[in-house]
Ligand binder design. Structure first.
Ligand SMILES: [Fe+2]
Length: 233
């Protein structure tokens, strides 16, 4: 039995990482590994790299790309780059400035890099002054992939005042979404809605997220619901 990696769909696996503290909230973490058509691996939002996880990743193929979906998801990029010096490290918008210690090989833009465009599409969800996340879509699995834009904590994950605050923030099942304060930073609604339209045009079958329960089925409805805050005028 696999200790770390779990199949999420065709040619895509997830691994659950340790819980990290974010403004003293306990955040479970999750990464994805996609095997591209040429056999190389695309590692999305890498979590802590334990020896068992590394062994399972290595069994899937050679790690070619290390990708941070937004500037906050950067804690383990250095460890992965050290373990996989031949992999190319790609920065989300704003990350280079935040992590000057990391040697990046490329930047994530509003279109997929030619190295993975055959397998994965991507969109910058623009319009926020606070943070721009890169949203990915993996064609083979129909998986749309979100880091912090959709959070879906189980109802009993947080306790006490944190539970109340998380519900107010809009990140608790059955009402997943981006945290309310981040939503309010999307002042350029026109840009954000244009990006969302591109996302919703994907044939989404499942939705993979970093924090909380992903949607293994009915991904399109899940994503649409999670972005109701943005779709409405
Ligand atoms: Fe996050």
């Amino acid at each position: 039995m696999s200790a770390s990696l779990r199949e999420f769909g065709p040619q895509i696996w997830v691994a659950e990482g340790p819980v990290v503290s974010f403004f003293r909230f306990a955040y479970p973490t999750r990464m994805a590994v996609i095997r591209l058509s040429d056999g190389g691996l695309f590692a999305w939002s890498p979590i802590a790299l334990s020896p068992p996880l590394k062994a399972e990743v290595d069994a899937l193929g050679p790690v070619r790309f290390l990708v941070s979906p937004n500037k906050l998801h950067n804690l383990y990029l250095g460890d992965w780059k050290a373990a996989y010096p031949n992999a190319q490290l790609f920065a989300a918008p704003g990350l280079r400035r935040r992590r000057k210690d990391l040697g990046f090989d490329g930047d994530l833009g509003d279109a997929p890099d030619s190295a993975w465009a055959a397998d994965i599409d991507q969109v910058l969800l623009r319009g926020s002054w606070a943070m721009t996340e890169v949203v990915f879509f993996h064609h083979a699995s129909g998986a749309a992939i979100f880091a912090d834009l959709i959070q879906n904590f189980p109802r009993n994950w947080f306790k006490g005042w944190r539970a109340a605050l998380a519900r107010y923030a809009g990140i608790v099942a059955p009402h997943p979404g981006a945290p309310r304060d981040w939503r309010s930073s999307f002042l350029d609604r026109r840009a954000a809605r244009a990006a969302l339209a591109r996302i919703l045009a994907w044939p989404i079958e499942r939705a993979l997220i970093a924090h909380g329960d992903p949607a293994a089925t009915d991904g399109g409805a899940f994503v649409r619901g999670a972005f109701a805050w943005l779709a409405r005028p």
